[in-house]
Write a protein that binds this ligand. Structure first.
Ligand code: HEC
Ligand code: HEC
Length: 229
């Protein structure tokens, strides 16, 4: 059977449509959403430097993929591995299956594949992605990178560049005369250089403009109320 001009056109059209769908059917993964979801759902167990997470119950995802990437595995393959792991962790793993599903799982896998073992910091919109969407004190603490410098038991962190925040609740009200514990902690976040905790240099970055007022308040409450001491 020979193709008439019309059937040929129709066939080409169908092919074009199929190709277009193949290209567009899957939207580009949203790395910002993926990063935010990673920080919220995965960061408490996994270290991933670019996401600012420091969990240790699961393997560091920077280390996990470093060798494979150096050996020439491409990031798309990493994305596939991460995606499978999200949906099907090994049996009896402490890693819960399907913490994220559908497009969210695609976004998280794409972000991990983008970020794993990559030196430098996220730029542009991605820089504030995890942080911008963090709501609870613990999420903000993790997403803002506090864990890397501070020990704080409720967050499971053990950084030693800054003071141990398990001792903060007891000390904060006595740091500066006439300043309440809450005001002192707020000042520490916004103007860390205004008062240096005894024995420490001014290594802490200001979070003025990086965190919303609401996030600052959530952090202050988290540090003073869930704190050890
Ligand atoms: C409760 C802790 C926990 C949470 C939450 C968690 N994981 Fe895991 N994850 C683990 C552990 C433990 C392993 C080690 C292998 C295993 O037990 O399956 C692991 C393994 C992995 C691996 C394989 C690493 C390798 O060495 O091959 C990837 C990728 C991974 N997790 C990604 C994620 C992502 C993405 C999320 C969030 C959607 C997540 N994990 C949430 C604990 C966790
Ligand atoms: C790069 C390391 C670094 C990061 C990141 C960092 N800090 Fe600090 N932090 C320090 C150092 C060093 C000090 C002590 C000097 C000072 O008081 O400014 C400090 C002091 C503090 C204090 C006062 C402690 C006291 O005992 O008086 C608080 C509260 C605090 N940090 C909370 C946080 C929180 C919350 C975050 C995340 C939003 C954070 N820090 C991020 C290094 C860091």
């Amino acid at each position: 059977m020979s193709l008439t001009r019309n059937t040929l056109a129709a066939l080409l059209c169908a092919v074009a449509v199929t190709l277009a769908l193949a290209a567009c059917g899957r939207n580009e993964p949203d790395l910002s959403k993926g990063k935010a979801a990673f920080v919220e759902k995965c960061g408490s167990c996994h270290t991933l430097a670019r996401a600012g997470t420091a969990g240790t119950q699961g393997p560091s995802l920077d280390k996990a993929f470093q060798t494979a990437l150096a050996d020439g595995i491409d990031r798309e393959t990493v994305e596939g591995i991460v995606h499978r792991q999200i949906l099907h962790p090994r049996k009896n793993s402490i890693m819960p299956a399907e913490l994220v599903t559908g497009e969210d799982a695609t976004d998280v896998a794409a972000y991990v594949a983008f970020a794993a073992a990559k030196s430098g910091d996220d730029a542009g919109a991605l820089a504030s992605a995890g942080l911008a969407q963090a709501k609870s004190g613990e999420q903000i603490f993790t997403a803002a990178g506090c864990a890397g410098c501070h020990t704080f038991s409720p967050a499971g962190s053990n950084g030693t560049i800054g003071p141990n925040l398990d001792e903060l609740a007891a000390a904060a009200g006595k740091r500066e005369p006439g300043k309440s514990a809450e005001d002192y902690v707020r000042e520490s976040l916004l103007k860390p250089d205004a008062f240096l905790a005894p024995g420490f240099g001014n290594a802490m970055p200001s979070f003025d403009g990086r965190l919303t007022d609401k996030q600052i308040q959530a952090l202050v409450d988290y540090l003073l109320k869930s704190g050890g001491g």
